[in-house]
Design a protein around this ligand. Structure first.
Ligand SMILES: Nc1ncnc2c1ncn2[C@@H]1O[C@H](COP(=O)(O)OP(=O)(O)OP(=O)(O)O)[C@@H](O)[C@H]1O
Ligand SMILES: [Mg+2]
Length: 266
């Protein structure tokens, strides 16, 4: 059984890539066959956080120069990783057909994937909505600032109204305490569910952490450090919550959906 999680946010710079990379590595460390897809095309940088130097990118598979298996790179803890490339300006504005092609091509990895995690662009662009709509579960990264609340609300609203996505998990990043993070979630949930027919599940929080920031500079993800660090305990909790959150089962183009379903939607 394969499950897909898209890590999204409204506002940029809130820690999506940090969450996606460390969540993926946390699942891989637990023995789950995990593939991380960097779908923030054009601005792809997950390879920097991982400390990898990929030679092949998802575009090679899309253009038919390689299979999806050929573009898989090795990451720590046995995680596999598909780089979105970097500085590929032409990929910033992928058309919808190419986005769907990417989602369909991930199907080739079904046998080696238990959990697919996709890091997507910030905001409610067509690109992020297409990937959000394709996933079983959507993890929205929130920080305790009004701009983050507003932009996360816009993303959830667009995904709900345009693509019928109903269930979202929320992780509060850069929190100063567990209580503060939970309060941010409750406040956000109260506003969002007042206006939208969505269900929001609290996935937990990650502390504001100098170690997290330094791990990016060092290109060594925090999830490679001791499991008992507070950040890694928090990541374990988040991984459990996300995987037990309700699954979106609306129609449309989905990761690991049947070939017929995909073809019919194109
Ligand atoms: N919990 C945290 N504590 C401290 N710093 C953090 C934390 N999470 C992320 N950061 C820092 O915040 C910055 C942005 O993180 P990241 O690149 O993961 O965000 P993003 O949402 O993917 O950004 P973008 O929208 O540009 O893709 C990085 O410098 C990272 O080190
Ligand atoms: Mg990012």
């Amino acid at each position: 059984m394969t499950s897909s999680i898209v890590v999204a946010s409204g506002k940029g710079g809130v820690g999506k890539t940090s969450v996606a990379v460390n969540l993926g590595l946390t699942l891989a460390r637990q023995g789950r066959r995990t593939v991380l897809l960097d779908a923030d095309f054009g601005m792809a940088n997950a390879h920097i956080l991982i400390g990898a130097n990929p030679q092949r990118f998802v575009m090679d598979a899309i253009q038919g120069d390689a299979s999806m298996a050929d573009v898989l790179c090795d990451a720590p803890h046995g995680m596999k990783f598909i780089s979105g490339g970097s500085g590929l300006l032409e990929m910033l504005n992928l058309d919808q057909t190419t986005r769907y092609q990417t989602i369909r091509m991930v199907e080739e990895l079904r046998d080696e994937t238990e959990v697919l995690i996709a890091d997507v662009p910030a905001g409610a662009s067509d690109s992020s909505i297409a990937f959000v709509a394709a996933a079983d579960r959507v993890l929205v990264v929130l920080v305790g600032e009004p701009t983050s609340f507003l932009d996360a609300y816009s993303l959830i609203k667009a995904a709900n109204l345009e693509a019928n996505v109903r269930h979202f998990s929320i992780v509060v990043n850069m929190a100063r305490s567990a209580g503060e993070a939970q309060a941010h979630f409750e406040k956000f949930k109260a506003t969002a569910t007042r206006f939208l027919d969505v269900s929001l599940t609290y996935a937990g929080h990650l502390p504001l952490s100098e170690r997290m920031r330094r791990s990016v500079v060092a290109r060594r993800p925090i999830s490679m450090d001791q499991p008992d660090l507070p950040e890694n305990q928090a990541l374990m909790q988040i991984s459990k919550s996300v995987l037990s959150a309700p699954v979106n089962d609306h129609g449309g183009i989905r990761f690991f959906s049947s070939e017929e379903g995909v073809t019919a939607g194109l």
